[in-house]
Design a protein around this ligand. Structure first.
Ligand code: A3D
Length: 310
């Protein structure tokens, strides 16, 4: 029997998620949106069914506004919520998206209580925390997609700057999904060569700053809405690691219970995603400076999570 993937939110990211999941034949796909947008979501689902003959994939793609239709989903990816507009911070979305995540969490809890849940809605670290608190799901069943994207951006900017293949750039970005996130140049390599040996300090500082501001750079260019291609791919990578038990180590918002000195918060850390969900968090021995930067982002995430009052 095919796996079932529920996409809560059929907007910009949701529609790309549906396309990628179909092309990768990850399973049957249900897109859930609000009743007012059920028909547009159904249109997207039908359009993707009609793309299948040339896309060469088999998947049933449907859309709904009724949580009953996500019953038994293996993976749930949540993008329901408002995106940023130019001039907004992610935290400006807290109140409205907290309401939306509350509805979503209750629906998922009732109809897909065994699903591996990937949250994408911003402000990411607080929304994944809220989803976890409301559902009461085991911690390994819930993860936030942010570090996977932040690291992709870091790798992309390095490849662009050094004019090398992005495939050879490896590294990680820790912390919350905001301007205080922590790219780790010391642990970044290009084909095995340390980044710190082939790029100047000025270049590295510029790349780190661009990574921290990457979401805002795109929001400014769009004028309306936020990035959608790269966030969708990043969530798909996480879902695939779960569905295929790939055991990939991906930076994502995982519940820390003492790791990195963080207690009870979802923070971007390298985590292994296996068929059991977030199976393991890897703790990196950070330098004093790196740890100071991490604790700064943790303070920001703590404040936003406190505002959820959960
Ligand atoms: P958008 O195109 O507006 O799609 C959101 C969809 O959610 C819309 O179709 C809404 O109708 C739908 N929706 C709203 N309320 C509900 C509800 N209660 N139940 C079901 N669906 C609902 O936004 P988008 O797809 O561009 O972005 C979605 C979210 O992802 C936003 O909060 C963004 O800020 C966030 N985002 C996060 C990242 C990260 O890296 C973490 C990157 C980019 C965007």
């Amino acid at each position: 029997m095919r796996k079932k993937i529920a996409l809560i939110g059929g907007g910009q990211i949701g529609q790309i998620l549906a396309m990628l999941a179909a092309q990768k034949e990850m399973g049957d796909i249900v897109i859930l949106d609000i009743p007012e947008l059920e028909n547009p979501a159904k249109g997207k689902a039908l359009d993707l069914m009609e793309m299948a003959p040339h896309g060469n994939y088999d998947a049933n793609i449907t859309a709904t506004s009724d949580y009953k239709d996500i019953a038994g989903a293996d993976v749930v990816i949540i993008t329901a919520g408002r995106p940023r507009q130019a001039g907004m911070t992610r935290e400006d979305l807290l109140a409205i998206n907290l309401q939306i995540i509350t509805t979503v969490a209750n629906g998922v809890k009732q109809y897909a209580p065994k699903a591996f849940c990937i949250i994408v809605t911003n402000p990411l670290d607080a929304m994944v925390y809220a989803f976890y608190k409301i559902t009461g799901f085991p911690k390994g069943q819930v993860a936030g997609m942010a570090g996977t994207l932040d690291t992709a951006r870091w790798r992309a900017f390095i490849a662009m700057e050094l004019n090398v293949s992005v495939c050879d750039v490896a590294g990680t970005v820790l912390g919350g999904h905001g301007p205080d996130m922590v790219p780790l140049p010391r642990l970044t390599t290009v084909g095995g060569v340390p980044l710190t040996e082939i790029a100047t300090k000025e270049q590295i500082d510029k790349l780190a700053l661009r990574t921290r501001e990457a979401g805002t750079e795109i929001v400014k260019l769009f004028g309306k809405g936020s990035a959608f291609f790269s966030p969708a791919w990043s969530a798909i990578v996480m879902a695939e690691s779960y569905l295929k038990d790939k055991r990939r180590i991906l930076p994502c918002a995982a519940l820390c219970e003492g790791e990195y000195g963080v207690q009870g918060l979802f923070i971007g850390v390298p985590a292994m995603i296996s068929g059991r969900g977030v199976e393991k968090i890897y703790e990196i021995k950070l330098t004093e400076d790196e740890n100071a930067l991490l604790q700064k982002t943790v303070a920001g995430v703590t404040k936003t999570c406190e505002e959820t009052k959960l």
